[in-house]
Design a protein around this ligand. Structure first.
Ligand SMILES: NC(=O)C1=CN([C@@H]2O[C@H](COP(=O)(O)OP(=O)(O)OC[C@H]3O[C@@H](n4cnc5c(N)ncnc54)[C@H](OP(=O)(O)O)[C@@H]3O)[C@@H](O)[C@H]2O)C=CC1
Ligand SMILES: N[C@@H](CC(=O)OP(=O)(O)O)C(=O)O
Length: 356
């Protein structure tokens, strides 16, 4: 498709949080979108965005230490309160789930397409959870949303950051061989817990073998993305002292017997609609297969292909389920802000932005 004739103005809710800052960084030079409105809590509203980001313990992107350079011209925008009227047709939400639900619903009713990272609406029957390479057809669900049917806006979501990486790693196997059951053990980065995880004192020389609600979300969101309510998905989720990048140890039972070469080929040949359409944030390959014995590792692999791919390695036959492997995904790029921006590009391509 042709790029929009002029950049589309976008609003960003939760602009000061860990995911919001990643959005602003990724939007700085985006060819289709221009960050025009930034929204945060009442404690930040009224401040220039750059000044809010410069407050002590306010900047969370370890890979770009200067907030003003990271967000560019958006530093001059004044932070709005979430009750204020927004002009932008496209709204990205990086709000905490405790406040996101009603704010996102009101904006959709007012004609905005809301692309949300929050879990608040993910499991609503008429709200799609979309991983653009895996289930782009799910965008059709918006036609069932009352606001959309009235010619107004809609809500679309990307999954939980762990689910996003799991779905990308499983999709090639499911597509090529069929998938019957999955067990996943996760080692999740500190940035997954937002500023609560990144603020000092950071977890060190320790791990936390529990993340509230995460194992349940992995089950229900994976089933919804694959449209398979029977899929068996077991999980144990842990927090480890890595800043960015969720690492998953996956065991998968396939619907038929296959050789290792076939599995590797399924990973390496997997591609999707973002690649076919040449969307600006699409990774060259959604899944990168690594042959080195100690790959993938967060520090070496999470940023490859702009942090938008899932990295798979250590593939070997399993004693309990058919195949074991390790999958790594950048949680605030592909798992959050980058995944949302890719989804918004797909929504633009489908004509879902600017109806209201
Ligand atoms: N971190 C990750 O890897 C992932 C996170 N998510 C989801 O993304 C969302 C954001 O996460 P994260 O950035 O980590 O969270 P943070 O806690 O770092 O940031 C929360 C943001 O919400 C704003 N906010 C809080 N209360 C209000 C309010 N009443 N009105 C308007 N804005 C408000 C905060 O503004 P202020 O600074 O003014 O308080 C801040 O900008 C969450 O729903 C999370 O579950 C999803 C996938 C991955
Ligand atoms: N729970 C994830 C991040 C997150 O916020 O997930 P969700 O958007 O599903 O609440 C983590 O801790 O790494």
């Amino acid at each position: 498709m042709a790029a929009p004739s002029a950049p589309i103005p976008v609003a960003l809710l939760g602009a000061t949080g860990a995911v919001g800052q990643r959005f602003a960084q990724l939007l700085r030079d985006h060819p289709w979108f221009r960050l025009a409105e930034v929204v945060a809590s009442p404690r930040s509203a009224g401040l220039p965005y750059g000044a809010a980001l410069g407050r002590p313990e306010s900047w969370w992107l370890d890979d770009e230490p200067d907030p003003l350079a990271a967000v560019g011209r958006a530093a001059d925008l004044v932070l709005l309160d979430s009750t204020m009227h927004l002009e932008s047709p496209l709204v990205f939400s990086a709000l905490g789930a405790s406040v996101a639900g009603p704010i996102e619903s009101r904006l959709a009713a007012n004609g905005h397409l809301v692309v949300s990272n929050a879990r608040s609406h993910r499991m609503d029957p008429d709200v799609p959870i979309v991983v653009p390479e895996v289930n782009p057809q799910a965008l059709e669900l918006v036609h069932g949303q009352p606001s959309f049917a009235r010619g107004r806006g809609a809500i679309v979501t990307n999954p939980n950051c762990t689910t996003a990486g799991l779905a990308l790693a499983l999709a090639p196997l499911r597509e090529a061989f069929g998938l019957e059951a999955v067990y996943v053990f996760t080692m999740q980065a500190l940035s997954g817990a937002g500023r609560a995880g990144l603020a000092p004192p950071r977890l060190a020389n320790d791990l936390v073998p529990f993340i509230a609600g995460e194992e349940e979300k992995l089950l229900v969101e994976t089933r919804k993305i694959f449209g398979d309510p029977q899929l068996a998905v077991g999980a144990t989720c842990t927090r480890v002292p890595v800043v960015d990048g969720h690492t998953l140890v996956v065991s998968a039972k396939l619907a038929r017997e296959v050789a290792k070469d076939d599995v590797v080929r399924a990973f390496t040949e997997f591609t999707g609609e973002p690649q076919r359409l040449g969307l600006p944030s699409a990774p060259v390959a959604p899944v990168h297969y690594h042959h080195e014995p100690d790959a993938p590792r967060p520090s070496r692999h999470r940023d490859l292909d702009r942090g938008m791919a899932t990295h798979v390695g250590r593939l070997r036959p399993g004693m309990i389920l058919d195949w074991n492997f390790v999958a790594l995904t950048h949680n605030t790029r592909r798992g959050a802000a980058g995944g949302s921006i890719l989804l918004a590009e797909l929504a633009v391509e489908r004509g879902l932005v600017g109806r209201g």
